[in-house]
Design a protein around this ligand. Structure first.
Ligand code: DHB
Length: 393
């Protein structure tokens, strides 16, 4: 026996994109059902990136006191680019008059889940989408299984696939689960969380002959750091002392404050954009539509930017019968997606050392870094992208 649920918008995936979309739709008076195959605890505890663009924080302000980005998070007015043993500050306030907030993604998710549950959202954890049917009709359906394995279908006016990089919804839009523009990189990040005081007030993006490192923070007592590694690295292959050696040699000229390491992970690098973002009454948003390498922390910000467009397009379509914004969604979203793709790729290539780098490549890279930090225009271009390009009105 299949249970059928009826709603206006079925949202597959309770990540930042899906949850924020359900909030914005609710604000417009449009009901939705959100499903996710993960448990609430899993969603709220998965460690991801930590930087929110100013526009992301402003949109999250709409959650009212549920958003703790400004109270628990920290505003950062700049970053340091470090190379050849010297730090160079990119001052966001001075160059573009904007800022970013250090506030980890799982905290954003806790805020969103709390806000949605408080608003009475139909939000179902442990429900696995298996396929999207009838995308090209006016009654698309999500075919799923609930936590007990029983079949469940959600009938809607529109379906949004915000179900992450291994999206099930993608196949209904692109015709295959892969279908996209794709690029891999010959390196990954080794990430750690440690108990130590901050080594710096702001993030340090460091290039060195041994590769890249990023010194980030989480709180006064917990720090997040990454160093460039081989994609096949086994997290257990290093002792704590070796990890500190690897990190320290990639940030020459500054001394890291060390402490016990309690979390290790390897983040793979890939760039991906789905060939299509919409088919009929199904659209993709967030990682289901695109993946960026982590350098520059664009992933969640880009997901939120998709949703900003999609929520308004759905409001006009479902409440006013005006399809133009929905028709324009793929093109409008793509513009920002490809700018973010370029920025993430560029920050990656600017700072990392490829395994086959020659002396020429090394010197050229330092030349490129200098042409950024020694130019007011170079610093401003980086700051504008990092803090998030303004949204067209
Ligand atoms: C973090 C991750 C990033 O990819 C980045 O560019 C900056 C910060 C982080 O996890 O803190």
């Amino acid at each position: 026996m299949t249970t059928t649920v009826r709603t206006r918008v079925a949202i597959v995936g309770a990540g930042p994109a899906g949850l924020l979309l359900s909030h914005l739709l609710d604000r417009a008076g449009i009901d939705s059902v959100v499903i996710d195959q993960r448990s609430r605890d899993e969603i709220e505890s998965t460690i991801r990136a930590g930087i929110l663009e100013q526009g992301t924080v402003e949109l999250l302000d709409d959650l009212g006191p549920h958003s703790r980005a400004r109270t628990v998070g920290h505003r950062h007015d700049g970053i340091e680019l470090r190379f050849e043993g010297e730090g160079h500050r990119i001052d966001f306030a001075e160059t573009v008059g904007r800022a970013v907030w250090l506030y980890p993604q799982h905290e954003v998710l806790k805020d969103l889940v709390a806000a949605r549950l408080a608003a009475g959202q139909d939000l179902r954890f442990g429900v696995t989408a298996e396929a999207i049917a009838d995308a090209e009709t006016d009654r698309p359906r999500v075919l799923a299984r609930d936590a007990e394995g029983r079949p469940l279908q959600i009938e809607a006016d529109f379906v949004v696939g915000s179900d992450g990089s291994r999206s099930v919804a993608r196949a209904a839009v692109t015709g295959s689960s892969q279908g996209g523009y794709f690029r891999e990189y010959p390196f990954a990040w080794f990430g750690i969380l440690c108990e130590a005081p901050p080594s710096a007030d702001e993030l340090i993006y460091s290039n060195s002959p041994d590769g890249f490192a990023l010194v980030s923070q989480r709180s006064d007592t917990v720090q997040r750091m990454y160093f460039q590694c081989d994609p096949d690295t086994d997290t257990a292959a290093f002792t704590e002392e070796q990890l500190w050696d690897e990190l320290q040699k990639r940030v020459p000229g500054t001394t890291l404050k060390q402490g016990p390491i309690f979390q290790r992970d390897v983040l793979r690098f890939r760039s991906f954009v789905a060939h299509e973002l919409r088919r009929g009454r199904v659209a993709l948003a967030g990682d289901a539509a695109h993946t960026v390498p982590p350098t520059g922390a664009k992933g969640m910000n880009l997901a939120i930017a998709d949703v900003r467009l999609l929520a308004e397009a759905l409001r006009r379509s479902l409440l006013e019968g005006d399809e133009r914004a929905l028709d324009a969604y793929p093109e409008a979203a793509s513009r920002r997606i490809w700018k973010a793709q370029h920025f993430s790729w560029w920050m990656t290539s600017l700072l990392h050392v490829t395994p086959d780098a020659t002396d020429f490549d090394r010197r050229r890279q330092v030349g490129e870094l200098r042409s950024v930090v020694e130019s007011a225009h170079g610093r401003a271009a980086l700051a504008e992208a990092y803090t998030g390009w303004p949204f067209p009105s």
